[in-house]
Design a protein around this ligand. Sequence first.
Ligand code: HEM
Length: 86
Amino acid sequence: MTSLVMSDAAVAYANLVEVAAAEESCGLSVRVVPGAPEESGLWRRVRPAALDGGDMCAAKMPLGSMGLEAAEAQLVYDWIAAGAPE
Ligand code: HEM
C-alpha cells in the first residue's frame, strides 16, 4: 500500500496517478485514473458535496470540509480529464 504523501508536487504525483487507494471507496480503487475523473477516487473525495447527488459515500477532503470550492474543484477535474499530465 502506498501512503498518500503529498509533501511536494513530484511526491504527490507519484502517489496519486495510477496508484491504488488505501481502500476502496465509492466503488473506486484507484486515486487518479488519467482521463477519467469519475473513476478517480481523488475527484470523488474533493468534488463539492453538492455534486454527490445525496450519496457522499466517502469522507470529503480536505477532511472536515464539504469538498473543495467549485472553481478549485474544477481545476482538479480538468487536470484529470486532460490525462493528469505531470
Ligand atoms: C486537499 C487536501 C487533501 C486531499 C487532496 C486528500 C485526499 C485524500 C484521498 C484521495 C483519500 C483516499 C485515500 C486513498 O486514496 O488511499 C484521503 C483519505 C483520507 N484523508 Fe485526505 N486529503 C486531503 C486532506 C486531508 C487532511 C487535512 C486530513 C486530516 C486532517 C486528511 C485525512 C484523511 C483521512 C483520515 C483519510 C481516510 C478517510 C476514510 O476513512 O475514508 N486528509 N484523502
